[in-house]
Design a protein around this ligand. Structure first.
Ligand code: FES
Ligand SMILES: [Fe+2]
Length: 352
């Protein structure tokens, strides 16, 4: 399926984000994740859990049931399941042993709740992406949620978009203003510890109004670096530091990150959460509001483009042969990594 020529749409043996810490509580949430229906809730001690979300008796979505202590009770005929997914009570007639829900490993690292939907034995030995490196739940940083989107597009074209910042000065020209000029800097790639980083330097620039508003102490010239950083398949940061002066030897002013959290709901739908994080002026609520609002307006513009692309991809219309340019190097590398992850699970498949 475009843009990945692979025999399945996503790798399974990865940590994905199931939801946010502050939305999972003592009521059951139903959510489609990786093409499966899942329920999310907290037990009486406050720990989050994820179970398959369709009752095996007559297929009721279990968010239409309720929690009874630490049991999930189906709302249709009252079957009760424990935290392991075992059916522990059948109020009318005994249920066969096969009556059970799948249990998915879950880990919480606020503000995110992560889920593992592949081979459960591998969850134990696979660390979560290091979200604190980009300021999510990290000391000295402030992170704020900007927005959640139920994106009607496949996750892979969102990753394309996030690794292709050459669009900043076009789709987002009205919001980015002069700061969008960084899109014209040549990107360079680095890969280590499972991370893929595409960076752009913008050195010795006049201070534009946007950066002046963020860092009032700047002199006449500034330098910035914009990294797009894939920390995990569903955690991508676009952001970086600002220095006062003509290069990175100048006084560090702070870093600002736009953090994109994405989990496929199905082949053509994606849960998309946007956060902003920064390590300067962390007590400034007004700045948080402004940055979160700006990130939402930027993502709104991407959403319109990506959903239009998805509608074309999903149609039967003939599409032109895809053309790539030098600036697409980062996005092509990101596609390659996705393919590597998928192929590592299912043997070789044809490259993108
Ligand atoms: S559908 Fe759940 S108990 Fe019947
Ligand atoms: Fe964008």
């Amino acid at each position: 399926m475009y843009p990945l020529n692979a025999n399945k749409p996503w790798p399974e043996n990865q940590w994905y984000v199931a939801g946010l810490s502050n939305e999972i509580g003592h009521d059951i949430i139903g959510r489609d994740l990786l093409g499966r229906h899942v329920i999310l809730f907290r037990d009486e001690a406050g720990a989050p859990h994820a179970l398959s979300g369709i009752c095996p008796h007559r297929m009721l979505p279990l968010e239409q049931g309720r929690l009874k202590g630490d049991r999930v009770m189906c709302g249709y005929h009252g079957l009760e399941f424990d935290l392991e997914g075992r059916c522990v009570r059948s109020p009318i007639t005994p249920a066969p042993p096969s009556c059970a829900l799948a249990r998915y490993p879950v880990r919480e690292h606020a503000p995110l709740v992560w889920i593992w939907m592949g081979d459960a034995a591998r969850a134990e030995t696979t660390p979560l992406p290091e979200q604190e490196l980009i300021g999510l739940g990290a000391a000295g940083w402030r992170s704020d949620q900007s927005h959640y989107y139920d994106l009607e597009a496949r996750y892979s074209i969102l990753i394309d978009n996030l690794f292709d910042l050459s669009h900043l000065g076009f789709i987002h020209a009205d919001i980015m203003g002069e700061a969008g000029a960084i899109a014209f800097s040549q990107p360079y790639l680095s890969e280590s510890d499972g991370r893929l980083v595409v960076s752009r330097d913008h050195l010795d620039c006049p201070v534009d109004p946007y950066h002046r508003s963020l860092h009032p102490g700047l002199g006449d010239r500034l330098s910035t670096r914009l990294d797009t950083d894939m920390l995990g398949i569903c955690l991508i940061n676009a952001g970086g530091p600002v220095w006062d002066g003509p290069d990175a030897a100048g006084t560090y002013q702070g870093s600002q990150n736009f953090i994109h959290v994405l989990t496929p709901a199905s082949e053509c739908r994606t849960h998309y959460w946007v956060f902003v994080a920064r390590d300067f002026r962390t007590e400034d609520d007004g700045l948080s509001f402004a940055l979160a609002d700006q990130a939402r307006r930027v993502a709104d513009q991407d959403l319109v483009a990506l959903e239009a692309i998805e509608r074309l991809l999903a149609s039967e219309m003939p599409l032109p042969r895809e053309v790539s340019m030098k600036t697409d190097q980062g996005a092509l590398r990101a596609r390659h990594r996705l393919l590597q992850m998928i192929n590592a699970e299912d043997g070789p498949s044809v490259a993108a």
